[in-house]
Design a protein. Structure first.
Length: 317
């Protein structure tokens, strides 16, 4: 088993097509097919199911990919751990521009930037938070160097980005995360060990939007996949929208409505809020893939390659 075989499998899953995966990876379709065939022979299972509608993973393929994502996360963690033993490249200079979507863990971004700055003090970093489609647009337009995003595992970037633009992107997995529900400890839902999406939709919801551009806020009321996911089960009743985290958490604590947050972000919440808010898993589990994206022709590739090993998001193991 080779790492590139697992990367091919991930690209096929993301695109539902060997052909599109080959274009994304700049590798011939025959090379990918042969690599997957060799992996199937080695594992003695069928990994892909091919139909006229596209290529999907079999049950065995889904299991292999789940383990592969954990392997990628461990490799990034190893790179980060080894950084302290490497001689800093003090000559590295420039500016690294980062954009991330609303649900991406700010705690891990800040931690990575702090560690990176200790090793490379001559590199300036800018960071901005945007909605998922706007992060991708900024990367494609060359207005930011790297996009840090998380999307639900069943969601595909091609649903919000034209295929011709995605051909200019490199999409690399970092780790996995989970979307959780947050309710007041005074709420009757507090006694539940988990909440179904249908149950959640029966209650008022609170939306946290922290977008610096008001014009974009009007066009994108949330990261699309979250809103689309909720609408598959009914119409969400967002009775309150806030752009400040303390107000968002206080509104949840006061039983105004249910909120959402990723597991990695919950870990960095102040204890004063956790004493008043219950964090409840959603069923079925809403697993997220943490990814980073950049243009294949970016002039900042050296900065990106140097920064990414410092970025270690936790995997849900």
């Amino acid at each position: 088993m080779r790492l590139e075989q697992l990367r091919y499998l991930l690209a096929i899953e993301n695109n539902h097509s060997i052909n599109v995966a080959s274009q994304e990876l700049y590798i011939s379709q025959q090379s990918i097919s042969k690599a997957i065939q060799q992996l199937e022979e080695e594992l003695q299972v069928t990994l892909l199911h091919r139909t006229n509608q596209g290529t999907t993973l079999t049950e065995e393929g889904t299991l292999v990919l789940k383990r592969a994502k954990n392997i990628f996360a461990e490799l990034h963690a190893l790179d980060a751990d080894l950084q302290k033993y490497k001689k800093p490249a003090s000559s590295l200079q420039g500016t690294l521009r980062i954009a991330h979507n609303n649900l991406f863990s700010q705690h891990f971004i800040v931690t990575a930037i702090q560690a990176f700055n200790r090793h490379y003090p001559n590199v300036a970093i800018t960071s901005q938070q945007r909605f998922l489609p706007n992060v991708l647009d900024l990367v494609w337009e060359g207005k930011t160097d790297i996009g840090l995003i998380n999307v639900i595992s069943e969601f595909h970037l091609r649903e919000i980005m034209p295929p011709e633009k995605l051909l200019d992107f490199s999409v690399v997995p970092l780790s996995q995360d989970t979307l959780l529900a947050m309710v007041s400890k005074n709420s009757p839902l507090n006694v539940h060990k988990s909440l179904s999406i249908r149950t959640i939709l029966k209650y008022p919801l609170i939306q946290f939007l922290n977008e610096t551009s008001s014009s974009e806020s009007k066009n994108e009321m949330n990261d699309n996949w979250v809103l689309d996911l909720l609408r598959q089960h009914g119409e969400p009743n967002f009775i309150m929208t806030v752009d400040t985290l303390p107000i968002y958490l206080s509104a949840i604590a006061e039983s105004i409505g249910i909120g959402f947050m990723t597991k990695s972000n919950v870990r960095s919440l102040p204890k004063s809020y956790l004493d008043r808010i219950s964090i409840i898993p959603i069923r079925p589990a809403l697993n997220l893939d943490n990814l980073y994206v950049f243009r294949t022709d970016t002039p900042s590739k050296a900065l990106i390659d140097t920064f990414v090993p410092f970025f270690h998001t936790p995997s849900n193991n």
